[in-house]
Write a protein that binds this ligand. Structure first.
Ligand code: SF4
Length: 362
């Protein structure tokens, strides 16, 4: 047997371009983890495998009302800053500083925007920064900038340093935040030098870690380097069917992150985007999972919030104003605006078993 399901890979490669899906990209570091998992399980249904490789289910399970870009990133990109800046909340903006990631996640919520830009290279990074700075100067109400992408820790050190320096010196921004998954794809990127830079500019780092087995030794060392430099670390991740959709996995991951001084803020409901059905769960199961976590774990584990990112901003269970269970349509309301969410059908749901998700512990 091969480490990768060849049939699924071939089908995926055929449709990826046409459907704007991110191509397969796995770092040697992550490949080691997948290999270990595959050797232990002997099949392609392990959680780490599903993070980076396409499965038959992902290719075949399609449901109605999937859209390429659920949060409507594109409608919040100012003119001239397409695929560079998203300005949705008045005080905060998101700078897509790069469209490249060290590895690609099959569940990526931003795959449409990212795969679109793969064929149309962005302007040079200096030009992108100049344009963003010009916009920030015209919008002094923006106090926080989130560097995202792609993975901001993929850009050269000097560009990163210059970006921090110029944002703080030339604009009204007082807070810089970085979202990264390089922590699990290429943990060595978080070198002493980078950690020092993050600490110098008091950058908050949001680490996207979706499974406890992603937290292996090298990742632990990178986190320890950040901690030693006093970098403020936060976490957020989606609840994904086949990857972490079990109370035991969520509790373990949240506990491990807490032990590493990472404060987890949000657990995300997966966006109903194209080819996302194999990762989605019905709302009722998501709420039950959260209740179970709440009833059976300590407050540092269950003090997280479950959110859905939508065109009107993040919404929570308390923002549900209507739930038509027969039609599987949920309406959320935020600041007087409504958004409709088409739930994942109960009958297509298959909860993952603990034995497969936590294969190392069996
Ligand atoms: S690293 Fe983040 S942006 Fe890149 S593919 Fe994964 S989820 Fe998407």
């Amino acid at each position: 047997m091969h480490l990768i399901d060849k049939t699924a890979k071939e089908t995926f490669n055929r449709i990826a371009k046409e459907k704007n899906l991110l191509p397969i990209k796995v770092t040697s570091h992550y490949l080691k983890l997948v290999k270990e998992e595959y050797e232990a399980l002997g099949h392609y249904r392990g959680p780490l495998y599903k993070v980076v490789y396409p499965t038959k289910e992902r290719l075949e399970l399609r449901i109605k009302n999937e859209v390429p870009d659920f949060v409507e990133d594109r409608t919040n990109m100012p003119s001239g800053l397409e695929n560079i800046l998203i300005h949705k909340y008045s005080q905060r903006a998101l700078f897509l500083i790069t469209d490249r990631c060290a590895g690609h996640c099959m569940y990526c919520f931003r795959q449409d925007v990212l795969s679109d830009s793969q064929g149309r290279p962005l302007p040079e990074i200096e030009q992108r920064l100049d344009r963003v700075l010009a916009y920030l100067k015209k919008h002094p109400e923006i106090k926080e900038i989130i560097l995202s992408g792609g993975d901001p820790l993929n850009i050269p050190f000097l560009n990163l340093e210059q970006t921090f320096e110029r944002i703080i010196k030339e604009t009204s921004v007082t807070n810089i935040r970085i979202h990264t998954r390089n922590i699990v794809f290429a943990p060595k990127v978080l070198s002493e030098k980078i950690c020092k830079l993050l600490a110098e500019y008091r950058v908050r780092i949001y680490l996207h870690i979706v499974h406890p087995y992603e937290l292996e030794d090298e990742v632990g060392m990178a986190i320890e380097r950040m901690r030693a430099h006093g970098v403020r670390m936060y976490g957020q991740f989606p609840i994904l069917r086949g990857i972490n959709d079990h109370k035991a996995v969520l509790a373990r991951l949240l506990d491990d992150l807490d032990n590493l001084n990472i404060q987890v803020i949000n657990l995300f409901i997966p966006d109903p985007i194209s080819y996302s059905a194999s990762f989605r769960l019905p709302m009722q199961r998501l709420l039950d999972l959260m209740d179970n976590l709440y009833w059976s774990t300590s407050s540092w584990v269950n003090g997280v919030r479950l959110v859905l990112d939508t065109p009107i901003g993040k919404v929570r269970r308390e923002d549900i104003v209507d739930w038509d269970k027969e039609k599987a349509i949920i309406t959320f309301q935020r600041e007087g605006k409504n958004v409709i969410y088409h739930d994942f059908p109960q009958e297509l749901d298959e909860a993952s078993d603990e034995k497969t998700l936590l294969w190392k512990d069996q």
